[in-house]
Ligand binder design. Structure first.
Ligand SMILES: [Zn+2]
Length: 313
């Protein structure tokens, strides 16, 4: 099941879009934000990498719109691309190397999934994602050939983790969130140490499993996209209970040897192009609530992925 409709359309039909934007507005004007930290008004000094931007096949001007939105924010977007749009995005990434890093969406249950991954690689794609709606748990042996290729390419893979939206209400659908639980990423990270394993949505609601898997696996990170930062807007400090091991011996190697447990997070928006700036505000509100150090914030917002992806443009 690919993104044949946009998440925005889906939310709109569910009547949820209004709720999301209202709560986002509340976060953006939250007094906890330090002065001048609003993403919409600030031009950050360092590059921001947004790991979670779905290519919108419904928007014929998507690439131009993306460049317009990301340039003033200094954002490089990892564009998660359906196989049928692979040429358009490969070409756009060549034209806008500072704005677009191409990622390929592969239906893991397709009989030619490995061949699709090879083709994405030949076109210059930097990884896969967002893998989701799998028919079997992520660790199923039938998926190993794709992971073997990704390991050979030293690729980054973005996996959906946790609760997933329902697309059909009248017909049966073969979708189950448990197949995408965050703890499955542990086995993939250990079997394939050259893959950088990214979990979207921090395992919502199993944040604790996500945090623990990230803690012991240097090649695992999570983004906080989706409903989590909205759900927890009044208790963002609770993330300290999930990312708890700062300053203890209970962690492992981290980017730039950063000692904060929060360094296991990366930035992802997953809300369409006009959702990037509000998602940055939400991340920053969480940073403030949890006293995340400045150095760690930079790594989360872009430093970690800039290094892993070797971004220079
Ligand atoms: Zn997802």
């Amino acid at each position: 099941m690919q993104h044949s409709f946009s998440r925005r359309q889906f939310l709109a039909t569910m009547g949820a879009a209004a709720t999301v934007s209202v709560s986002r507005g509340a976060v953006a004007t939250n007094a906890m934000l330090p002065e001048g930290s609003s993403a919409s008004s600030e031009k950050p000094a360092g590059r921001i990498v947004d790991m979670h931007v779905h290519f919108d096949e419904q928007n014929p001007n998507f690439v131009d719109d993306l460049v317009k939105v990301t340039e003033p924010l200094n954002v490089t977007a990892c564009v998660l691309t359906p196989y049928r749009s692979r040429m358009v995005v490969a070409e756009a990434a060549k034209r806008h190397p500072a704005r677009i890093v191409p990622f390929g969406y592969v239906d893991m249950d397709a009989p030619d999934a490995a061949r699709q991954a090879e083709e994405f690689h030949a076109l210059g794609y930097r990884g896969l994602g967002e893998l989701e709606f799998v028919k079997k748990p992520y660790t199923d042996p039938s998926y190993l050939p794709v992971y073997e290729l990704a390991n050979r390419y030293s690729w980054v893979i973005l996996f959906h983790t946790g609760i997933v939206l329902r697309q059909k209400f009248e017909e049966p659908e073969d979708v189950a969130s448990y197949r995408m639980r965050a703890f499955h990423l542990e086995e993939i990270a250990r079997r394939f140490p050259k893959i950088t394993v990214l979990g979207a949505h921090c395992g919502n609601p199993e944040y604790e499993w996500a945090g623990e898997v990230a803690r012991w696996n240097p090649n695992v990170f999570f983004d906080l996209s989706g409903s989590t930062l909205t759900k927890m807007r009044d208790r963002l400090g609770d993330f300290r209970k999930i990312f708890w091991w700062t300053g203890t011996k209970w962690g492992t190697k981290t980017p730039e040897d950063d000692p904060s447990a929060f360094v296991k997070l990366v930035f992802g928006s997953d809300e369409g192009l006009d959702g990037i700036a509000p998602a940055l505000d939400q991340y920053r509100a969480m940073f403030d609530a949890c006293d995340v150090p400045a150095h760690t914030r930079k790594l989360i917002l872009g430093g970690t992925l800039t290094t892993i992806l070797g971004l220079t443009a």
